[in-house]
Unconditional design. Structure first.
Length: 307
């Protein structure tokens, strides 16, 4: 079967060859903006793939937590025989803590933003990133649902902006959703997919529509699971077993929501409800109540499960 045209490396719309830039990226610096759950996970897989990684966050304590989490995940990999002690040590050496955004992106060939799902915040970050990044740098956002085109529109040379939607936990989940905005060049898509493949990911390329492919499918399933729980159809555990055992999903929708964060899932659902106008994405009352009570899932110790 031939590879879809949108995902094949080829010449971009300006006629420049894409493989040269992708090859140059492989030897360059990759900056990750945000050291939270997704940010440190991206830093982990990028460093293990051989990139020199600069990990930035506005809070230095967040960088420390991120580095500790990476070390712990690598240690688990060593225990399970999936990572050698030498690979663990080499990965950690490749990650640099950088609390200054300008220094983090200076000279980086790839910059991946992994801030919270707040469009205004992401736009502010991209304005600053674009002011200091190299003109030819690939600029990517890890958003799971926000419009990549709106972010690209505020950046000089918007053709170099794409979505790179990783999945949690990044070092274990094999998918990378690459998002093409209307202005994204073929060269940028080729560079993003090449980077993702180097990090060990299977890449899909999707259009910049609300929720892309994965969030639209995943969120509607998770919200329906919450409505079922709310109306007493079954217990948390049995709803999740219905999907893990009946449909071979690796995680049930409620357990997955705990890992993603109930607050994150609520923000995505509200965005999709506004953008698509579908009642399927209206957040159920149980989700709003739990977020208001501070039950955000694994990160707070309580969600649909106790952690």
């Amino acid at each position: 079967m031939s590879q879809p045209e949108s995902s094949r490396p080829r010449e971009d719309r300006t006629g420049s060859a894409s493989n040269g830039a992708a090859d140059a990226d492989a030897a360059g610096v990759l900056a990750v903006i945000g050291a939270g759950t997704m940010g440190h996970g991206i830093a982990h897989v990028a460093a293990r793939a051989g990139y020199t990684v600069r990990l930035f966050d506005v809070a230095e304590a967040a960088i420390t937590r991120g580095l500790n989490a990476i070390d712990a995940d690598l240690a688990k990999g060593v225990e399970k025989g999936k990572v050698t002690p030498e690979e663990r040590a080499a990965t950690l050496v490749r990650i640099e803590s950088e609390p200054d955004l300008q220094r983090a992106v200076d000279g980086a060939m790839i910059v991946i933003e992994a801030a919270p799902e707040d469009l205004a915040l992401k736009k502010r970050i991209f304005v600053e990133v674009a002011a200091h990044a190299a003109p030819g740098a690939l600029l990517a956002t890890n958003t799971s649902s926000l419009p990549v085109g709106e972010i690209a529109a505020i950046v000089p040379n918007p053709e170099r902006v794409a979505g790179m939607h990783f999945f949690n936990p990044v070092h274990l989940m094999p998918l990378l959703e690459v998002v093409r905005a209307d202005t994204t060049s073929d060269d940028t898509i080729a560079r993003a997919t090449t980077a993702g493949t180097r990090m060990g990911k299977e890449c899909i390329v999707v259009r910049d529509v609300p929720g892309f492919a994965t969030s639209r499918l995943g969120v509607v399933l998770g919200l329906e699971a919450m409505r079922m729980l709310e109306s007493g159809v079954a217990s948390v555990e049995d709803i999740d077993k219905a999907m893990t055992l009946g449909y071979r999903h690796p995680l049930g929708p409620l357990r997955l929501t705990d890992l993603v964060g109930l607050d994150v899932r609520l923000a995505i659902a509200e965005h999709l409800h506004r953008a698509l106008g579908s009642e399927a994405f209206r957040p159920p009352g149980i989700l709003r109540r739990m977020v208001a009570e501070g039950k955000l899932g694994k990160k707070t110790g309580h969600g649909f499960y106790d952690w």
